[in-house]
Design a protein around this ligand. Sequence first.
Ligand code: ADP
Length: 400
Amino acid sequence: MIAITDIPNWLLLTIAAIIILAVLLIFFWFNKMNKELKDILQKSDELNNAIETEKLKFKHQLDLIFDSIKDGVLIVDENGIILHANVTVKKWFNFPESIAGKNILNILTTPFLDTFTKLLRSENPDAETDIEFRNPTNCNLHIERSVIKQESGGIYGIVFIVRDQTRLMTLEKTRQEFVANVSHELRTPLTLIKGYVETLLDGAKDEPQTSVRFLETIKKHSDRLNFLIDDLLTISTLESGEVKLNFQTHKLREIVNDVINDLKVRAEENNTIIHNQLDDTIDAFVDPERIKQVFYNLIDNAIKYGKNSGNVWIECQKNESVLKVGVKDDGPGIPPEARDRIFERFYRIDKARSREQGGTGLGLSIVKHIVQAHSGKAWVESQFGKGSIFYFTIPTTKKI
Ligand code: ADP
């Protein structure tokens, strides 16, 4: 056996040096690893923070997108826990500001509670329903439900799209009223025509005087049908918004003179004197045929509803680039409650008088539409018992 004393000093020193070197190496390596580990941990923290910031940014962007949608968007999980609700939903359902994580069935109130309970439990993945509520916004809501499926087949959530369709319902109501009015307006002259034809066939045709009288009445009612259909076609063209106006600079006085000429016989029958007070220098930038119809309807009304042996004045004021035109009469005037309504389709103050005069109830509605197509507006001012002035505005020059 070799004793330590037998090992030469130089060998011992070498071994000792190797051991010290190894220890030092291990120490430095450990230090280095420690530092690298710390760096990795720091980087991982930074990465985590960056991911959190990106997540918040993404959520914020998603909120902005959902909030910019006019419809209400509500997303819940299959148990009703709220995952997202946009501002519209919060406003309509009166939700508190922070609602994520709450169950909709705990925060909804009637009438929404019943509706959402049914929708949430519905077996139909695309169930939808309408709900009308009077307070606080007085609107008709349409709620559509769709299920968000996970790739695994499970349910991630349920999306409710809530749409305000009050305007749509109002339009639908107006359309139904219009169809009912048109049917009624068409039926009245048709029934009369049929009645007179049947009476003629039953024997009245053999009495020459009676048959002439009946045939004249039939002609009067068929004329009325014709006027009605013409006016309906005009209204439908104007309301379609597809009407192309043939704008040109035109002397307003000339248009009015044409109308006065067309209405000469009617005015003479009523002994009405029409005063065209428009200056020859007044130019308007209009579709002359359409504006002629506006003057025709207003002057015709002034003759029809004005007094016998009365007067009609056509006047105009120029204001910067707009002309304010007035058609004035000294007839009975218009009661205050009817002034806004007479521009509505088929509204008449005295139905029998309007029909007697061959009116369709659409004249002022046509006036309003034509004036609006010229970017103007039409209205009436009247002193009950003392006459009315129908005003409308039109441009003098082309808008740049
Ligand atoms: P109508 O075919 O019945 O004349 P309008 O739309 O032209 O339809 O007019 C609607 C209603 O407004 C008329 O029925 C009439 O009652 C009233 N009206 C219009 N113009 C005058 C007027 N100058 N004076 C009094 N009432 C008028």
